[in-house]
Ligand binder design. Structure first.
Ligand SMILES: Cc1cc2nc3c(=O)[nH]c(=O)nc-3n(C[C@H](O)[C@H](O)[C@H](O)COP(=O)(O)O)c2cc1C
Length: 197
């Protein structure tokens, strides 16, 4: 079965909750979701990730990028940008860039921020930039998703999102709907591209 990598960083669980819903959508779209995370920067001893997490999904390895047909990338919003541990992993992918190994793979991005206007769009769009450099294909959320019109919490055309406040009480129904829709769309587009090869 075609696998899609769901790679996220999450300190307090909100981005992880989005990742789980995106994975649901991926599986609804008849692909397998391969969920991976990255360690906090303090846990790196060298360029290679040497630790296994105490709980939760395994840490990502380069082979996950190679073996999966698409990528859903999620990060908390940090000063309007992606979190450093995720950027650290992306910065280790110059081999893949040199060899063009990620060219034509679809991707989508998702984020969680504490405040409504605290930089979700800037985070999502800047997360896309390194993936566009890799030659990957940006897969957003179309306004045919009615939740995109109705949401008063997270959810953007650039990718699924959550507004956590200071203590998240979980994803809103619109945020869940849009995260699932994003996973489903990514799976559909991935399978369509595979069919046309
Ligand atoms: C260093 C740092 C920077 C942050 N910057 C922002 C920000 O720019 N805008 C915002 O709304 N929230 C910001 N936050 C809050 C997180 O984005 C928010 O709590 C998010 O929901 C955490 O996701 P997580 O539960 O997956 O860790 C920041 C948090 C930290 C620790």
């Amino acid at each position: 079965m075609t696998e899609i990598l769901v790679l996220y960083y999450s300190r307090h669980g909100s981005t992880e909750a989005l990742a789980r819903h995106i994975a649901k959508g991926i599986e609804k779209g008849h692909c397998q979701a391969r969920i991976r995370t990255v360690p906090p920067l303090r846990d790196y001893q060298s360029a290679e990730i040497q630790h296994v997490p105490e709980d939760g999904p395994p840490f990502v390895a380069k082979k996950d990028l190679h073996e999966c047909a698409a990528l859903a990338l999620g990060s908390p919003t940090r000063f309007g940008n992606m979190a450093a541990p995720l950027k650290h992993f992306l910065d280790s992918t110059s081999d893949e860039w040199l060899k063009g190994q990620l060219i034509d793979k679809p991707f989508s991005v998702f984020t969680s921020s504490a405040s409504m206007h605290g930089g979700q769009e800037t985070t999502l769009l800047t997360m896309a930039i390194p993936l566009l450099h890799q030659g990957m294909i940006y897969c957003g959320l179309p306004y045919s998703e009615s939740a995109l019109h109705d949401t008063t919490t997270g959810g953007t055309p650039y990718g699924a999102s959550h507004v956590s406040g200071h203590q998240s009480s979980g994803l809103s129904d619109h945020e869940k709907t849009l995260a699932i829709a994003q996973g489903l769309r990514l799976a559909r587009i991935t399978l369509k591209l595979e069919d046309n090869q």
